[in-house]
Design a protein around this ligand. Structure first.
Ligand code: PLP
Length: 558
């Protein structure tokens, strides 16, 4: 099966049958061009890391986490599926392995001076705990936007916190400055050999923990690893590829934060202009230099997944072991599911790393809502029905006895009405297609909204319907850091210049807020408005042509 790169490891199980729409790194790197020198360099690189991993001091603070069987996933996907439970670490993520190993490797003078890191997330807690355990002062620079709960968590572990900058990049720059000024050791979240080696201990544990899982073939086929800056996958790949080069090491990234995927495609590190924040633990713009050097030789490929697939994976993990993974922590399972669906592989052993569980309780509502869509058990549709007595009933009859998850209907004109509909489906492509055919045959115009972010996050919750007349309206969605007063600040930046004609905001309990906004902007001012947007630090996207907006909220003329 040329091209897929996932075809030659099969022994007893069935081999992958289709070419994957994922980035395959094998065959593109210097190894496959195979000059002997390059091969030797690559081998030396692994050997160097093996030594560091075997020496790594992580078990003073970290536990050897279990490699749990996932019986429900295994049955559903017809493979022996295991989950490496890094969510069970004392700080609920793997990050303390690398942080501790780095800090423990410092000489007495550096230890006395102390360490510094920039992070609003799991790394911050890892560094704080490591510092506390070793009696080394740890200063963590966090962006001003960091939720209080995370600041307090670091302080509870003995870390000193300093809030600076509106973004991670600003906090990072300040931390580097301070490290120079105060002679502190900067503990990088991923791009440091000692950090990578600390994370590599996970690879070592996996290989010695694997147990027969009958009736499946118990030989490991692949390990699926969440990727942010690449420290975790670099460490795991370094160990696994030295000891068991036949095992595939596959990275998983959100499709809107895929810095390693892009780097492997380009053959060099790239800086992403914007990154999606849903999986905040892996929202990284550029892969590390050292992590990329390892990944380009020893990572077999990268799979990207969307928000709904991540949410569905959080639910799958919960169903199997009752743990609640954070979005980044569920990437391994999300990628593994996609891999099985796309390759058709069966009866093999697959391992996914559950890398963390630091999620705010408030976010779970959003996760639960989107998991339905991600599991392909809910279809979101916009359906046009005639506006006459009895037509609504007739429409419901066409749907039959299916479970309805959502039904929004509003009178629009004398001729027709728009229904926004959520329907349960069985998760098979045929059921989805049957329903769409059924509606088409009954004469309804149907638009599938299932993957439409605007529909999922905003339109389904909006009241008010269409604007009554032509408004000269443009519509944009925005993401901005969520903290008390953030919405007000956002409005202050946006609100003064143009009339806001539509607005929807819903707090998802996430670290960022999502706003849908319509503004009345005459054509003559649109360029000025676009220039204005370019100068903003918020992420934005134009939605004026999005069918969800045009069908349910746009001016009557649409
Ligand atoms: C839960 C979780 N998973 C995965 C990652 C990605 O790790 P790396 O940046 O080493 O690729 C992180 C990074 O902080 C994380 O917090």
């Amino acid at each position: 099966m040329p091209g897929s790169g996932f075809d030659d490891c099969d022994r007893q199980g069935s081999s992958p049958r289709r070419t994957l729409p994922i980035h395959d790194n094998r065959g593109t790197g210097p190894l496959s061009r195979s000059s002997r020198t390059k091969r030797n360099n690559s081998y030396n690189m692994l050997q160097h890391y093996i030594e560091r991993i075997l020496r790594a001091r992580v078990y003073d603070v970290a536990i050897e986490t279990p490699l749990d069987q996932a019986p429900i996933l295994s049955k559903r996907y017809d493979n022996a599926i295991y989950i490496k439970r890094e969510d069970l670490q004392p700080v609920f993520s793997f990050k303390l392995r690398g942080a501790y190993n780095k800090i423990a490797s410092l000489d007495p003078e550096a230890r006395k001076a102390g360490v510094i890191a920039a992070s609003a997330g799991n790394h911050a807690q890892g560094v704080a705990l490591a510092g506390q355990k070793l009696g080394i002062p740890a200063l963590i620079v966090m962006p001003l936007t960091t939720p209080d709960i995370k600041v307090k968590a670091v302080q509870r572990r003995g870390g000193e916190t300093l809030l600076r900058g509106d973004s991670y990049d600003e906090a990072y720059d300040y931390a580097i400055e301070l490290a120079h000024a105060r002679q502190l050791t900067f503990v990088h979240p991923y791009d440091d050999p000692e950090v990578i080696a600390g994370q590599g201990t996970i690879g070592m544990e996996i290989l010695r923990q694997i147990r027969p899982y009958r009736p499946f073939d118990d030989d490991v086929h692949a390990i699926f690893v969440p990727v942010g800056g690449g420290g975790l996958i670099a460490g795991i790949a370094a160990y696994v590829k030295f000891v068991r080069p036949d095992i595939q090491v596959i990275g998983v990234e959100p499709d809107d934060a895929d810095c390693l995927n892009q780097a492997l495609l380009a053959g060099e590190r790239v800086v992403l202009k914007q990154v999606g924040l849903f999986a905040d633990g892996v929202a990284v713009k550029q892969a590390g230099g050292e992590t990329f050097r390892i990944a380009r030789h020893h990572v077999d490929g990268v799979i990207t997944v969307n928000t709904d697939e991540i949410c569905a994976a959080i639910k799958d993990i919960f169903d199997d072991n009752r743990s609640i993974a954070e979005p980044a922590g569920a990437l391994g399972v999300a990628g593994m599911k996609k891999y099985v669906e796309q390759t058709g592989i069966s009866n093999r052993c697959l391992i996914a790393v559950e890398s963390g569980a630091n999620i705010n309780f408030d976010r779970l509502r959003h996760v639960a809502e989107r998991a339905q869509v991600g599991e392909q058990r809910e279809l979101l549709l916009a359906v046009t029905i005639p506006e006459r007595p009895g037509s609504f009933l007739q429409f419901c009859e066409t749907l039959g006895r299916r479970g309805i998850t959502e039904f929004n209907y509003r009178y629009f004109s004398r001729a027709a009405a728009q229904v926004f509909l959520g329907v349960e489906i069985t998760g098979t492509g045929t059921d989805r297609q049957n329903l769409l055919n059924q509606l088409n045959e009954a004469g309804y115009t149907v638009t599938n909204m299932t993957g439409n972010e605007l529909a999922i996050d905003h339109i389904r919750y909006m009241v008010g319907g269409h604007a009554p007349c032509l408004l000269d309206e443009v519509v944009y969605s925005f993401e901005f850091p969520e903290r008390p007063g953030a919405l007000l600040k956002f409005l202050a930046v946006m609100g003064g210049r143009w009339n806001i004609s539509l607005f929807h905001y819903r707090n998802h309990g996430a670290a960022y807020g999502r706003v849908l906004m319509g503004l009345q902007i005459p054509h003559s001012e649109r360029q000025t408005f676009r220039d204005f947007l370019q100068s903003m630090t918020f992420a934005w996207r134009e939605e004026t042509e999005n069918p969800a907006y045009r069908l349910f909220a746009g001016g009557n003329e649409t």
